[in-house]
Design a protein around this ligand. Sequence first.
Ligand SMILES: O=C(O)CCC(=O)C(=O)O
Length: 264
Amino acid sequence: MIPRLPADACADEMAAALGDAGALVVTDVCTPQTRAEIRSDLSQHMERAPVDADDPEAFYPGTTRRITGLLSRSDAVSQSLICHPTTLAMCDHFLVPNGELGYQVHVTAALEVGPGARAQILHREEDSFTYFPLPRPNIIVASMWAISDFRADNGATLIVPGSHRWDGERQAQPHEIVPAEMPAGSVLFWMGGTLHGAGANTSGDWRYGVILTYSLGWVRQEENQYLNVPAERVAQLPQEVRKLAGFTMYGALGLYDPSTRSPR
Ligand SMILES: O=C(O)CCC(=O)C(=O)O
């Protein structure tokens, strides 16, 4: 129900599968070395992340670790994942038609789902954009990089295939909700309109994923990159990453005067 393609499949085939099902798993796209570097870059931050008891009403389940600001915190994410050619091909396909000057990073986060965590409330990445009735135009493309294996029993992301085309009345029925099982090194893409959420973890191990989402360049980013990425760090990032993170203008939007940052 969630299509699966190898890393060397052509981008058109991937885009067709993603557009049709609203989700797609691409396998063998992130090496063990890159995954180890990501764990190492983020380990201190993950260790400090609070692991709260569950509040059944809360959007984020308890027994999870969640950190943002990955462009500040991880060279491996900044260099290997954020501008991955497969991601850019999916964003070019789905986002450029609605924002011809380009797209931007929307959220960066590392998410560990611990043993005993409940399933997250199903939601759409585009739920902030209430101005548009469902089904919305494409505003966001989302990705989840599997740093560990993603299994049905350890909290693999739950996806409702086809829900990116639903109107606001339709509710997902249990048989329509599918865990995006994938081996470590895979990436799950889904459309901003696709219902999804972290699965429950009934296993004894932690599920580790890196979520990177991308939005049209003319909307407000969910994660505030201007506060989460300090100026000194921005200066170290390659121009392509800086642009993608939203540190260049989109037409007339994002006006700034570089001299305000210079010492007087
Ligand atoms: O952890 C997951 O599998 C999904 C996370 C998610 O959708 C979220 O944090 O909003």
